[in-house]
Design a protein around this ligand. Structure first.
Ligand code: SF4
Length: 359
């Protein structure tokens, strides 16, 4: 059977995508990107119609991380002062953000913390914050807090009402040693299995453009399928000044589209997100990317500005898609930024809009 026929069978879910075909989809010269996107459109529309979910990130701790992930502006070896760093936001500040998100009709509130992972005290604090949010506001809660391998602590979060845990695998096991030396790929996989066993939905994704091969990306797409990952952010590497990695220049919009299509074919039911770097690397081709992806971030990423909500919604609607308001985290009234020109870092007013306010 020809590659296209095998991919079509995967798109129609008559068979699973194989590792070899996933890697070939990224580079086969006789398979056009448009053909691949048309195949990705089949499972995308089957599971999500023409709907697009919007997501917003809230950094509850920024910087001060002892780890050395080479793609991350928050790692220990990043240049001091390169980002607007701070230790933990207060409970009141987090509740004020959640309240505002709820007021704006958000579906979910995402707490993102820098760091290797939470200890017992950290989990107790997060559990109490999650309980408070769930008691007060009808929001789903997602937490991204690093490595977590203790089943008892994962259970504590689940019992507090945590809906989803984010922990990106980022690349393949084979390539992991090239991007980080302070922890192992196995730590990241164990985190996913621990949270899944506790009954928490998983969000885990990739950063494309860190010197990995098509085989590495195919391997990761298969691993995320094996982990039953519900949500897959596909990030395209943003070269923040001072990063230890500088590979993103190898990315083209065409390749990024193929990557999104491959992740969709490998994970037909997952929420596949066109995540960080969509403005810089996919640019005017973003409407085509929606044939594979059914969600995206608005108002930027952890430390880098991105398209504002109004610009993004206009792009979605002009492409013939619609915002899935019932499953979106609508932005909390941030100032309009328009399209960022290159990599522009966020400042404290964007990262901590409720710093001095209570709930
Ligand atoms: S553990 Fe997380 S916050 Fe720390 S350097 Fe790695 S990615 Fe960045």
């Amino acid at each position: 059977m020809h590659l296209f026929s095998r991919l079509e069978a995967a798109a129609r879910q008559e068979r699973d995508l194989s590792l070899e075909d996933a890697a070939s989809a990224l580079s086969a010269p006789d398979l056009s990107t448009d053909s691949l996107l048309e195949l990705a459109r089949i499972p995308r529309e089957k599971h999500y119609g023409r709907r697009v979910r919007l997501h917003v990130l809230n950094n509850v701790r920024n910087g001060h991380c002892p780890e050395d992930c080479g793609y991350c502006a928050q790692r220990k070896t990043a240049a001091p002062g390169s980002i607007a760093d701070y230790v933990d936001k207060s409970v009141e500040e987090i509740l004020a953000e959640a309240k505002e998100a709820c007021k704006n009709g958000a579906f979910r509130y995402c707490l993102v913390s820098a760091g290797r992972g939470p200890g017992r005290a950290g989990i107790a604090r997060y559990a109490s914050i999650i309980r408070l949010i769930k008691e007060r506001y009808p929001l789903e809660v997602c937490l991204s807090a690093g490595i977590l391998k203790d089943p008892g602590l994962a259970q504590e979060l689940a019992e507090a009402g945590l809906d989803r845990y984010n922990h990106n695998l980022n690349t393949s096991e084979n390539h992991y040693g090239e991007i980080c030396s302070t922890h192992e790929y196995a730590d990241r996989r164990a985190t996913l299995s621990t949270l899944r066993s506790a009954g928490v939905e998983l969000c885990s994704g990739v950063i494309v453009g860190m010197g990995e091969s098509p085989q590495d990306l195919a391997d990761l797409a298969m691993t995320l399928r094996a982990e039953q990952t519900a949500s897959i952010p596909v990030n395209f590497f943003l070269p923040v000044p001072g990063h230890a990695i500088n590979e993103a220049h190898t990315l083209t919009a065409d390749y990024c589209l193929r990557v999104l299509a491959m992740f969709r074919l490998a994970n037909p039911e997952a929420e596949v997100r066109m995540a960080a770097g969509r403005e810089m690397h996919i640019g005017a081709s973003q409407p085509r990317a929606l044939l594979a992806a059914n969600s995206l971030f608005v108002s930027g990423y952890l430390n880098v500005r991105g398209s504002d909500a109004a610009t993004t919604v206009q792009m979605i609607e002009q492409a013939g898609f619609e915002v899935d308001a019932a499953a979106s985290d609508l932005p909390r009234g941030l100032p309009e930024k328009g399209e960022p020109d290159g990599v522009v870092l966020k400042g404290l007013p964007e990262l901590r809009p409720f710093q001095h306010q209570g709930p």
